[in-house]
Design a protein around this ligand. Structure first.
Ligand code: GLN
Length: 259
């Protein structure tokens, strides 16, 4: 399956290359810089609602998915979505297996060393969350306990940055649902997650709660490509984002998942 996937990806990459090459000695008109109808592989997280998740009908949906599709339509390119997991999505872009990533990915100075980001399209805090009815209400209550984080995230960095100060240990999970499960099962006493995602899950019935006043480390979400690569995709995303903000489509998408 893995092998098949990478062959498939390789095929897509070859096609993309073929699509933009060969114009020098050709008499055909140049394809426009944007709107070239080319297909980009976009990597994302697996379950990070309301940004990307599988709905009750089995469709892969969410704010990120709708935004990238609306921009693709606006700019005349095609997208192939690869739902890989957060850490894996970033790695896929770094290794050139995907052209871009949209995954509720926070724009950070550290990531700017290896990614080029679009303008922000959403803002989110990180929050601590606990099992429903838990005694843990603040960082002080984490002393001597273990907390859950998702590998490679802002939330993980934040938890690690205060772990010594509050005397807790950190254990890592690959995706949000397994991280929540571990907290609900009581193996870990809390997790760190982006606030809108945690709030959405709680609203959807996750057996968890968000203690008051436990949000921190606000950040902006951006679409990203590998640094120095795929400049035309990034430019198309930027223009498309401005367009869907101006024509109301962006707000329509946000409202459809948050109201
Ligand atoms: N916003 C967080 C980050 O970029 C988490 C993203 C995610 O888990 N999909 O690190």
């Amino acid at each position: 399956m893995k092998k098949f996937l990478s062959l498939l990806l390789a095929g897509v990459m070859t096609l993309s290359l073929a699509a933009c090459g060969g114009s020098a000695d050709s008499t055909e008109a140049e394809a426009p810089a944007e709107g070239s109808g080319q297909k980009y592989v976009i990597a994302t997280d697996t379950a990070f609602p309301p940004f990307e998740f599988t709905d009750a009908s089995g469709n892969f949906v969410g704010i990120d998915m709708d935004i990238v599709k609306a921009i693709a339509e606006d700019q005349g390119f095609e997208v192939e979505i690869q739902s890989l997991g957060f850490d894996a999505a970033l790695l896929a872009v770094q290794s050139g297996q995907a052209d871009g990533v949209i995954a509720g990915m926070s724009i950070t100075d550290k990531r700017k060393e290896t990614f080029d980001f679009s303008d922000p399209y959403y803002t989110a805090d990180v929050t601590m969350a606990v099992a429903k009815g838990s005694d843990v209400k603040s960082y002080e209550d984490l002393k001597g306990k273990t907390v859950a984080v998702k590998t490679g995230t802002n939330g993980a960095d934040y938890a690690k940055s205060i772990a010594d100060q509050y005397g807790f240990t950190v254990t890592e999970f690959k995706d949000s649902p397994t991280m929540y499960q571990d907290v609900i099962a009581g193996n870990t006493v809390a997790c760190f997650e982006d606030y809108p995602v945690m709030a959405y899950n709680v609203q959807q019935g996750a057996e968890m709660e968000i203690p008051e006043g436990m949000t921190a480390a606000g950040s902006d979400y951006g679409f990203a490509v590998k640094k120095g690569e795929n400049a035309e995709l990034l430019a198309a995303f930027q223009t498309g984002l401005a367009n869907i903000k101006a024509n109301g489509k962006y707000q329509e998408i946000i409202d459809s998942y948050t109201k």
